[in-house]
Design a protein around this ligand. Structure first.
Ligand code: HEC
Length: 112
């Protein structure tokens, strides 16, 4: 019971301290996030440009599967930069997309 009362008073004091801080809000922090994310950036690039041939139905390697893609990143970077037959076969990705994939691979090709 004592613990409950203590908890209630702590929570209540948190609320009142928030209210009294209203006129003195903290300044926003601007994060410079240069991480390239798999889910937000790489996955859509692969799905839009590679999945038609490199999907789960194969015969080509399944690049829509994260594990397969991660294991093949060396070849992927070689092929999108024109070392070997260019991928996608219809012509290179934009230099922006190529840069994003290269950066993601350099950052460890994480499932982020
Ligand atoms: C129109 C179909 C097509 C598209 C789209 C396509 N590929 Fe391919 N890809 C192939 C074929 C067919 C091969 C096997 C022949 C060869 O190696 O050139 C291949 C082979 C590869 C290889 C070498 C084999 C392996 O799996 O390591 C890589 C890497 C690759 N593609 C990556 C990509 C990437 C990345 C994209 C998208 C940016 C892409 N491909 C888009 C048809 C395609």
């Amino acid at each position: 019971m004592k613990k409950t009362l203590l908890l209630i008073s702590v929570v209540a004091s948190l609320f009142t301290s928030c209210l009294s801080d209203k006129g003195d809000l903290p300044k926003p922090i601007v994060l410079s996030d240069t991480t390239v994310h798999y889910n937000w950036t790489i996955k859509p690039i692969i799905f839009n440009n590679c999945a038609s041939c490199h999907g789960s139905a194969g015969p080509q390697s399944d690049l829509t599967n994260f594990t397969t893609l991660q294991a093949d990143t060396t070849n992927v970077v070689l092929r999108i930069t024109g070392q070997g037959a260019i991928m996608p076969q219809s012509g290179p990705l934009s230099s922006g997309d190529i840069g994003l994939i290269k950066t993601w691979v350099k950052q460890g090709a994480l499932p982020n």
